[in-house]
Design a protein around this ligand. Structure first.
Ligand code: FEO
Ligand code: CA
Ligand code: CA
Length: 663
């Protein structure tokens, strides 16, 4: 989710990652982000949508010629002609490629689904339609095919001011959002969760199989099981579930993963926003909830459902913040919250089979000053017997990362009874340790990072890439080798190599692959290669993917006219040889959107990307002439064109005439 920017705190665009971590800067010093914002803002208003031209003008013609030469000779693994960075209300893909909208919020998923009508929304309709704010995208082949499979997509959160016509009105020049009705809250709950949908490529274009027998919607009301060490613990028992084993629904599913055995895992990230109310005085969960920012109260669900009011149902938040595993082969299967993988603001769960057959999941906790984790299964992956893998995620070891100044990394086991994780510090069992994973990691001395998002192991090179979005609150005296910039407005990417190339190793080495931001502004301190053009640099890395040739692709969240003079997009990043740290822009999204996914099909012929919250925050952009949420949606939808995705949408990128995306 974007960390930003709406001037109106009551719009749910601004807040969920604003919960300050332990090192929040109490001063009102101008941050690096604000200095840069002022710079781009001036350009933006002078140049309008030609911001990219203005940026290019800051680089000398000689530098551009040198950059071109370097790229031609530098051994880049990417040959496409890059897109021009900039800001407008359309998406743009490199020449010679098509970017086709495959699925939009509200699209029918079943034979009996109603067509999308924004003026007639209901929970019943939304439960049969594609959900809102698509984030993680995964592909699970059917019969081993790269052209016929299941697309699995997370629906992270809802923007009611963009969803419900008439919700926002202008009163004396100010935008005011009305309280949501129960029916609108029910639509929101149905718009969360995930979608599993059969898709097929026909004559080079992807199509949704609307009556696919495995098609499924998962929502905030889908019955789930709590499994692993926390299942049945007193701290997860509620009045609706005195056994502590049956959770109701999932929320804020950000990134995720597909396991080697073909299940879909969904990460529950910003869970704090869904809870309101106050705990009873001196309640035992007070410190636990404070560490996660609960309750934050951004959603109005507690007004209609007591389980989101912590005064009435104090244990309900302990049933969120987990990794959820879904067996996509059975649309009636009960999704399982895999508690062994820890409880925090989970961003993603990308995995790899280690040399000895155990499976390693890399996990980010996306908050300023929070941690990088990995989970190693106790059992081994069985490629011959899918059923034998179905409970691998209930037993294993969770580790948190400590990055040392000398370029080494240590993975610290989060195990009850070891080190400080004992009764002396309030832990009576592994269940306690997992429910309060952050506090356990605090006690172990883990390294406080600049918002860890997607973490991706690369099976071709054996390296692991960690996206660190930004951290404007890091003070000069909090800088360390792994988080080397104060007021880190643009984020960075860390590369890890585990000892012996063994993903289960307890130790490894790391280095910074890239410090992001505009390399032509000395104060930013960005480290893109000199072959990177004015279009090729980016800030705020969020999600990433590795294609089957082992190349890194990075998508971003939080750029825009003020922050970087460019919308978010998908960049191809060289990691090997002379071209290391060279980046090229492949695809960019409309104003207001972040880009999620990305995901390559096994044949590398399609890149699926998720365009999340387009038009949100468009008040930054003068050509709109007004904040996007002033717009009357009832007049906007009829104007929708496929090349102007104003609904959250999944886009399929293919090469014209066929072939691999990048050779
Ligand atoms: Fe939902 Fe950390 O992005
Ligand atoms: Ca994200
Ligand atoms: Ca990823």
């Amino acid at each position: 989710m974007t960390e930003h920017r709406s001037p109106d705190a009551h719009f749910r665009t601004s807040l969920l990652e604003e919960n300050d971590g332990p090192g929040a800067n109490p001063t009102d010093n101008q941050t690096m982000g604000e200095i840069i914002a002022a710079r781009f803002s001036r350009r933006g208003f002078l140049q309008g949508s030609l911001a990219a031209t203005a940026i290019a003008a800051t680089v000398s013609p000689l530098a551009l010629i040198l950059a071109d030469d370097a790229r031609a000779n530098g051994g880049s693994a990417f040959t496409f002609d890059e897109v021009e960075a900039g800001v407008d209300d359309k998406h743009h893909v490199a020449a010679g490629y098509d970017a086709d909208v495959l699925l939009r919020w509200g699209d029918p998923l079943f034979a009996d689904s109603p067509e999308f009508d924004p003026t007639k929304q209901s929970a019943q309709a939304q439960e049969r339609q594609f959900g809102y704010n698509n984030d993680y995208v995964g592909y699970i082949p059917l019969d081993g095919s790269a052209e016929h499979g299941l697309l699995v997509v997370n629906h992270e959160y809802t923007n009611p001011h963009l969803m419900f016509p008439g919700l926002v009105t202008i009163v004396e020049g100010e935008a005011k959002q009305a309280p949501l009705s129960k029916e609108q809250v029910d639509v929101e709950m149905a718009a969360h969760g995930g979608t599993i949908v059969e898709i097929r490529k026909v004559s080079g274009k992807w199509q949704v199989v609307r009556d696919g027998k495995l098609n499924r919607r998962i929502t905030s009301n889908t019955e789930m099981a709590l499994s692993g060490p926390v299942a049945g613990h007193d701290r997860v028992k509620t009045s609706a579930d005195p056994t502590g084993t049956k959770a109701i629904g999932t929320v804020n599913n950000c990134a995720g993963g597909v396991t080697p055995w073909g299940t879909y895992v969904m990460a529950e990230e910003n869970i704090h926003g869904y809870f309101s109310g106050e705990l009873p005085a001196d309640h035992a969960e007070a410190a636990n909830y404070k560490r996660l920012g609960i309750p934050e109260g951004a959603y109005e669900w507690a007004a209609h459902y007591d389980r989101f009011d912590i005064g009435k149902e104090p244990n309900e938040p302990n049933r969120f913040g987990w990794i959820v595993e879904v067996d996509v082969n059975d649309p009636t299967s009960v999704p399982k919250k895999r508690t062994a993988m820890g409880r925090f603001k989970h961003e993603g769960a990308e995995s790899i089979v280690a040399k000895d057959g155990r499976v390693v999941f890399y996990l980010g906790d996306d908050e300023r000053f929070d941690y990088v984790y990995k989970f190693v299964t106790a059992g081994k992956f069985n490629a011959e017997d899918r059923a034998a893998n179905m409970d691998l995620l209930d037993d294993g070891t969770l580790y948190v990362a400590k990055f040392a100044e000398d370029g080494s990394i240590e993975w610290l086991p989060i195990v009850f009874g070891q080190g400080p994780l004992t009764a002396e510090n309030g832990f009576a069992s592994q269940a306690d340790v997992l429910i309060e994973t952050r506090r356990a990691a605090d006690l172990l001395g883990a390294t406080k990072m600049d918002r860890p998002e997607d973490i991706q192991p690369n099976p071709t090179t054996g390296k692991v890439y960690v996206m660190l979005t930004n951290n404007s609150k890091r003070k000069t005296d909090q800088v360390d080798a792994a988080n080397p910039r104060a007021e880190n407005a643009f984020g960075h990417i860390i590369e890890i190599v585990e000892d012996g190339g063994d993903f289960t190793a307890a130790k490894g080495k790391w280095e910074v692959l890239l410090k992001c931001g505009d390399p032509s502004v000395a104060e930013v301190g960005a480290t893109f290669s000199t072959a990177t053009t004015a279009n090729g640099w980016f800030g705020m890395p969020d999600n990433c993917a590795i294609d089957s040739a082992g190349r890194l692709w990075v998508s971003t969240d939080g750029q825009g006219p003020k922050a970087t003079g460019r919308t978010d997009g998908l960049w191809a990043v060289d990691t090997e040889g002379e071209a290391r740290a060279t980046s090229k822009l492949f695809f960019r999204v409309p104003i207001g959107a972040e880009l999620c996914g990305p995901l390559f099909t096994p044949d590398d012929q399609t890149a699926f990307v998720a365009v999340q919250h387009p038009a949100d925050g468009g008040e930054d952009w003068e050509p709109f002439g007004r904040p996007s949420y002033y717009e009357d949606l009832s007049t906007r939808w009829p104007d929708f064109k496929p090349d102007m995705p104003v609904r959250p949408s999944v886009v399929a990128i293919t090469k014209q005439g066929g072939g691999k995306i990048a050779v």
